[in-house]
Design a binder for this molecule. Structure first.
Ligand code: 5AD
Ligand code: SF4
Length: 436
């Protein structure tokens, strides 16, 4: 979509209709991009099809000829950044950097090589400009409010043995636990009473929680609180994902961790990259708001790999992107590998904002665990979401996916929001004074 700066987006009635329409449009040789549907157009289909302005008539005719209907078509608001090049003029920067930033200002796609350049540059001026631009983009696109969500790590049992993870099946964990429905609901009600709108149910890959058990829980959460539900329970069958979606789950977080297939294999002894990709595509097809993410500083990972990850998030129209540093976990095969850097993680967050634009970018717990100011720094580098760790205190220390995992509670979330000069969501019913 480089030739035309002006785009239109097509919003369909369902994700499967959207994917079908996209396939038919592409089969006519017309270029499309899948993009997260802008919030003002509602949530009927969370992903839309972006096309060049000059293709609009052709696309509408194609869809008509194929009896494919769509809900709406709108001009896609250009994400031009006002005054960016003007402000850069003052600084000493390379031609390459200037060209990349001018593409970003004009809302044109940047290439893997250009993203790699941004990840690698050692120029202080350029690094500063990357963070400032990401912050400006965040402000213009998603605003100043920091979305606050609650995460409940409801089971630390896992049948998998990911080499980096402190709760892998081969690890000796002080205590393996599973929370029962009542215990989970107690936490949910507390989050609900604080006004929080989204709960993340996270666990290891634990088959104890059958689809049936999860469906019952999801229905109960919806019935009693109407909260949005994000599942983060790993790989399951398409049918399971479908049943959970039908029961009311809204979002699904399944991280790709890395798009480098060799590294993926090296860190995941019992996972297959193509299978993970298939799961992610299945989730999108089912209309989940799709979450992914990666780790920074994995063994053998190069800036080129991170650039590829960022393009993957964009191409898959991922809405929620968790980017955290790799942290060596005691007792795992990777305990002696070096930790990922805070600086590179922040830079990856910033560039992801520049490339993926209208997405939820959490200031991750992993970042907060290796830098006490990690959350504030992430919020200033393009992030706009905080996930509270809402696992009951008696279980928390047993969910050490990495060593020295930090505790993100309301107090630390409020601190990060304040320090980064941002706003708390209006829906919150609890104020910073109440949690002192
Ligand atoms: N370092 C950083 N992140 C980790 N995760 C698991 N283990 C580690 C680690 N050692 C993250 C992964 C996984 C999520 C549950 O936690 O991204 O998806
Ligand atoms: Fe299990 Fe997830 Fe840890 Fe892998 S990363 S061992 S799937 S909890």
């Amino acid at each position: 979509m480089k030739a035309s700066k002006e785009k239109y987006i097509i919003i369909c009635y369902s994700t499967s209709e959207m994917l079908n329409a996209d396939r038919v449009i592409k089969s006519q040789g017309i270029h499309t991009d899948l993009v997260p549907t802008p919030i003002q157009y509602g949530s009927i289909c969370s992903t839309s099809i972006a096309i060049a302005k000059e293709d609009r008539q052709l696309v509408e005719n194609t869809l008509k000829e194929n009896n494919l209907s769509f809900k709406e078509i709108h001009p896609y608001e250009s994400r031009k950044l006002s005054g960016l090049m003007e402000s850069l003029k003052k600084n000493i920067i390379t031609h390459t950097f200037r060209d990349i930033m001018s593409k970003i200002e004009e809302d044109l796609d940047i290439t893997k090589e250009e993203i790699t350049y941004l990840l690698k540059t050692e120029s202080k001026n350029e690094i500063e400009a990357i963070f400032q631009t990401a912050d400006q983009m965040r402000k213009e696109i998603v605003g100043d409010v920091v979305e606050i969500r609650g995460a409940i790590e409801f089971s630390n049992h896992c049948k998998k043995n990911c080499n980096y993870c402190g709760i892998r099946r081969g690890c000796t964990v002080p205590k393996r636990y599973r929370m029962e429905e009542e215990e989970i609901m107690e936490v949910i009600h507390q989050l609900h009473s604080w006004g929080i709108k989204t709960v993340i149910l996270q666990s290891g890959e634990d088959d104890y929680y059958t689809t049936e058990i999860l469906v019952k829980l999801i229905r109960r959460i919806k019935r009693e609180t109407k909260m949005m539900i994000t599942l983060s329970i790993g790989e399951r069958s398409f049918t399971d994902y479908e049943t959970l979606r039908e029961a009311g789950a809204n979002n699904f977080l399944l991280k790709i961790e890395t798009t480098n297939k060799d590294i993926f294999k090296f860190i995941h002894p019992d996972d297959d990259f193509d299978e993970r990709l298939k799961c992610s595509k299945g989730l999108r097809q089912l209309g989940y708001v799709n979450g992914s993410g990666n780790m920074i500083g994995l063994p053998g990972q190069r800036p080129e790999d991170i650039a590829e990850d960022i393009l993957f998030f964009k191409d898959m129209a991922i809405h929620m992107i968790g980017i955290g540093p790799f942290i060596p976990a005691k007792g795992t095969p990777f305990e002696l590998y070096p930790q990922g850097s805070v600086e590179m993680t922040l830079r990856a967050v910033a560039i992801t904002r520049l490339v993926c634009k209208n997405v939820f970018l959490p200031a991750t717990t992993a970042l907060a665990s290796i830098d006490p100011d990690g959350q504030t720094k992430a919020l200033q580098a393009g992030a706009n979401t905080i996930m509270l760790i809402s696992t009951p205190a008696k279980y928390r220390s047993n969910y050490q996916i990495y060593s020295n995992k930090n505790m993100i509670d309301l107090q630390s979330a409020f601190r990060a929001v304040k320090e980064s000069g941002r706003k708390l969501p209006k829906y919150l019913k609890i104020s910073p004074e109440e949690v002192q």
